[in-house]
Design a protein around this ligand. Structure first.
Ligand SMILES: C[S@@+](CC[C@H](N)C(=O)[O-])C[C@H]1O[C@@H](n2cnc3c(N)ncnc32)[C@H](O)[C@@H]1O
Length: 221
């Protein structure tokens, strides 16, 4: 994992320095040529932080349309579809989306190559459930507030959004990519018509341990 993260950081640093902060995702997916061990976030199973939320908290959430932002290799989208949602999942990398389709050839998830910053207008307020994990934290800080507005806008009236990210305090070192988020940054969702209905700040016992924020929002009707 250390070597994969080093490679991803190097690509990210070069792309950010060149003023093309979104290009390195496609570069990384295409360079690993189908070997998931080269993708630091590819666990090839559902995110355990999503799985526990689904078990503990999603009883009251309507299982209709769902959108997965920056879906990576598709495991979280597949989990949602298996639980009865009608799922659309997108990623900026076409290689990543082709990989999802190849991994899950019979899936009813609609996998699409799309850029969050140029998403189809018909997605506005169109999804009952929006799921975002670990995309905001790989975007440089100056893109995050616009990304937050765009993600919030996908949520339908009364719909839910679940966000999972690394977390830090303002006094902590901002660190390297993946950059942990401040709670204050996530409050941006509340300025876009959403209420934070459950905010969790906890340590995930990885090696090394990771501080996570997991936040459930609901659009005001
Ligand atoms: C750290 S990975 C997380 C992937 C997945 N959500 C997970 O938890 O495993 C971030 C993903 O967001 C995608 N991404 C980054 N910027 C994006 C953008 N502007 N629009 C759509 N996807 C984006 C990347 O290609 C990458 O697959």
């Amino acid at each position: 994992m250390a070597g994969q993260r080093k490679k991803a950081r190097q690509l990210a640093n070069e792309a950010v320095a060149d003023g093309r902060p979104l290009d390195w995702f496609e570069e990384l997916y295409s360079q690993v040529a189908g070997d998931e061990s080269g993708i630091p976030w590819a666990d090839m199973c559902v995110n355990p932080n999503l799985a526990t939320w689904l078990e503990d908290r999603c009883g009251s959430v309507t299982r209709q349309s769902a959108l997965v932002v920056g879906c990576g290799l598709g495991d979280d989208a597949e989990e949602l579809v298996s639980l009865g949602w009608d799922v659309m999942a997108f990623d900026t990398s076409t290689t990543c989306i082709d990989w999802c389709r190849k991994r899950f050839p019979n899936s009813s998830v609609k996998y699409l190559a799309a850029d969050l910053f140029n998403a189809p207008p018909e997605w506005q307020r169109a999804f009952d459930f929006v799921f975002e994990s670990y995309t905001l934290q790989v975007l440089p800080p100056d893109l995050r507030s616009s990304a937050i507005k765009l993600i919030a806008n996908f949520v339908s009236p009364g719909g839910r959004l679940l966000v999972i990210s690394r977390g830090r305090d303002a006094t902590d070192d901002p660190g390297q990519m993946p950059w942990p988020l401040l709670r204050e940054e996530l409050n941006g969702f509340c300025n876009c018509g959403l209420n934070a209905i459950h905010f969790e700040d906890y340590i995930e016992h990885e090696e090394p341990p990771v501080r996570r924020f997991r936040v459930e929002y609901q659009r005001r009707t």
